[in-house]
Design a protein around this ligand. Sequence first.
Ligand code: APR
Length: 239
Amino acid sequence: MLVILTGAGISKESGLDTFRDAGGLWQKVSMEDVATPEGFARDPDGVHAFHNSLRKTLLSESIAPNAAHLALGRLEKESAEPVLLITQNIDNLHERGGSKAVLHMHGELLQARCTRCRKVFPWLSDLFTADPCPECSATGTLRPNIVWFGEVPFFMDEISQALSRCSTFVSIGTSGNVYPAANFCVLARQGGARLVELNLEPSNLARVFNESHYGPATRIVPEWVESVLKSGAPGKDGI
Ligand code: APR
């Protein structure tokens, strides 16, 4: 199995901000205020307003999957080995790029969750504190279905299993700053996987990878996918 981890860098050329690059999201807003359970408890309206603006941007006509998302969609369809995509991204660009086996470990911006009845709903409009839960009708209980700092990421059991079994682990467009995702390459290596990094520049974890390609995702991801499909062996062929 081929396991691919993606981060904000893959969606950058689609027009979505990364978090830690110059001009990234965490230079514009305080992560503690808008992306922690404590920040939400202090100011739910402010946290909703922040996520409403991200959702509006994601749904705007100018945002579309780029060549890197499309290449991963193609890889899943054409690869001889099964492909599992684990994304830290809360956007829906992988799905729009044709990928089906996608685990959103940090949740999804286009979903809301009720903290009372725990039901998850597709949510394409603004979300407000006064909105009642469509299932249990409680108010003040809906939140974006997103994993904030200090919360446990989703799908960790499936992810651990996949990491221990994969033949190749590929990290794309992530700085390697946020755990547990930053540890996935080490876990995959312990299971015997070959490690490949595709990023604009060497990430924090660059030294552990067996193979690295640096440049914009829209160039290096399609090139890598092409080489994998041609050789039939992920990570064995250079690009
Ligand atoms: N092509 C490829 N890589 C790129 C591009 C590009 N066009 N542009 C930027 N990058 C790379 C950067 O060099 C950087 O290494 O993408 C990475 C983005 O890093 P971060 O901004 O830290 O994003 P990410 O790693 O996804 O963050 C992880 O942190 O804030 C939380 O929950 C949030 O899921 C996010 C997590």
